[in-house]
Design a protein around this ligand. Structure first.
Ligand SMILES: Cc1cc2nc3c(=O)[nH]c(=O)nc-3n(C[C@H](O)[C@H](O)[C@H](O)COP(=O)(O)OP(=O)(O)OC[C@H]3O[C@@H](n4cnc5c(N)ncnc54)[C@H](O)[C@@H]3O)c2cc1C
Ligand code: FES
Length: 270
């Protein structure tokens, strides 16, 4: 599905808040006076004072009205390299160029209510676009699965990481590979797709592949948000292709959300 990229905007937006969740993850809130994102959509973000040439794609994790009636868009970010380190170092009122909202949305693939719950399955920083979906799904019943490599330090860190997902209209299932008070193991191992009308997943590709295979075996529709390094973010450079059963597709403009059964997981360049 091609998104309405004509509706994207590039705006210079001041940072409203930069809150560390732990040593690796932080939350950023920017003022955003453009079109509201839908859950699953992303922005290309580049600080005004920067040493990197290209913006970095980040999924909208939240969307709020601030006290002074301006809107704010929130991101949950993991430090990876130079671009995300620069974002981590931003202070309130410093500006960044935000281009978006870009790409398609989870709700483009939402089945009509049929009495069955849906499952949101996030791995690591992949919980970010699902938090936004959890907020959007207020009227639907869903379970939220969140998987991490290591455990949380405490309640504050848990709240920082999971945000609105802590209060789903259903169960919150947390699995940690090294245990630490939560279920021990990989999150797809705890997913029984038979309980759900559809499954929505975002996280490392190995996790998406496992979740997709479990859903396919039971004929349960599964939708995955894919990640690629991006240059333009709007479908022009063909730098972010994904191999699908329909041929190559652009992660930024044809996705990032795809039907899992279309993705040829074993042939992805990563
Ligand atoms: C649609 C989309 C939504 C995203 N949403 C979020 C989000 O909400 N929060 C978040 O923290 N991150 C998100 N990412 C990933 C984020 O864009 C990258 O981590 C970031 O661009 C890395 O930039 P950098 O300059 O810090 O690292 P770089 O110096 O560019 O790279 C550091 C390391 O990360 C790897 N890497 C960089 N970009 C990607 C990528 N897109 N996929 C896989 N590996 C990559 C590089 O190969 C390298 O090993 C998203 C990516 C996409 C495509
Ligand atoms: S990043 Fe340029 S086509 Fe997707």
């Amino acid at each position: 599905m091609t998104p309405p990229s004509a509706a994207k905007q590039s705006l210079s937006s001041p940072l409203l808040a930069n809150e560390p969740v732990n040593s690796e993850i932080f939350r950023l809130d920017f003022e955003w006076k453009g079109r509201a994102p839908r859950a699953g959509q992303f922005f290309m973000i580049k600080p005004k004072r920067t040493s990197v040439f290209l913006g970095r794609p980040l999924s909208a994790a939240s969307w709020t009205k601030t006290k002074n009636e301006n809107s704010a868009v929130g991101f949950l970010v993991a430090r990876r390299g130079r671009g995300t380190e620069e974002l981590a170092g931003m202070r309130p009122w410093e500006e960044a160029e935000l281009t978006g909202p870009l790409g398609n949305a989870w709700a483009d693939f939402l089945p009509a209510p049929d009495g069955k719950k849906i499952a949101l399955v996030g791995g690591g920083i992949g919980v970010a676009p699902l938090e936004a979906f959890a907020a959007e799904l207020a009227g639907r019943s869903f379970d939220f699965y969140a998987g991490f490599r290591t455990g949380f330090g405490g309640g504050e860190e848990r709240r920082g990481m999971l945000g609105p997902a802590l209060f789903p209209n259903g169960e919150l299932i947390i699995a940690v590979e090294d245990g630490g008070g939560d279920l021990k193991g990989r999150i797809p191992d705890f997913l029984d797709p038979a309980k759900y009308g559809a499954v929505y997943a975002c996280g490392p590709e190995a996790m998406l592949k496992t979740a997709a295979a479990k859903c396919a075996a039971l004929g349960v529709p599964c939708f995955v948000s894919m990640e690629r390094r991006m240059a333009c973010g709007v479908g022009a450079c063909l730098g972010c292709t994904i191999k699908t059963t329909n041929g190559s597709r652009r992660c930024c403009a044809d996705g990032p959300v795809f039907e899992a059964e279309r993705i040829i997981f074993d042939e992805q360049a990563g």
